[in-house]
Ligand binder design. Sequence first.
Ligand code: SF4
Length: 157
Amino acid sequence: MANLRWDDDADEVDGRARLTALEHTRRLLARAAALYAPFSCPATAECCVLATSSRPPWVWPTEWALVLEALKAQGRAVPGPRADGACRLLGDDGRCTIYGARPFGCRTFFCHRRTGPTHEPTAAVHALDDELTRLNVGLDPTAAPLPLEARLRSAGG
Ligand code: SF4
């Protein structure tokens, strides 16, 4: 199915195709998280300060739909910008407020202060990234990833 719309008018979306795509995305994101399970980091949330981090997450439409779904489940609107340049989805406690729905880029950020295995699972990450691309382009040939902040801004936050 081409040109699915995710975030502006749910009535125009094929419901079954949407659910299948979102479930596929959830499984894919879980696999990305599993790749990094052997690693740990000091959890300073510096990677969430998108104004200065070297690798802001670029988010595909199906990932963005999961972010919106998580906000809706919490009864929240898209939050406004933060004065410190951090991601709008970062909580005051320094933790991601939509952690279970955080995008692929947030799950695969490789901080130099991590501990664990010597090497990053680069090949497996690229394979999952390719799968996420195929999923989204297969649904909508015009789909493209956008920086998370751009999606939040365009959603009116
Ligand atoms: S979505 Fe969550 S993990 Fe990703 S940058 Fe924002 S606060 Fe950090």
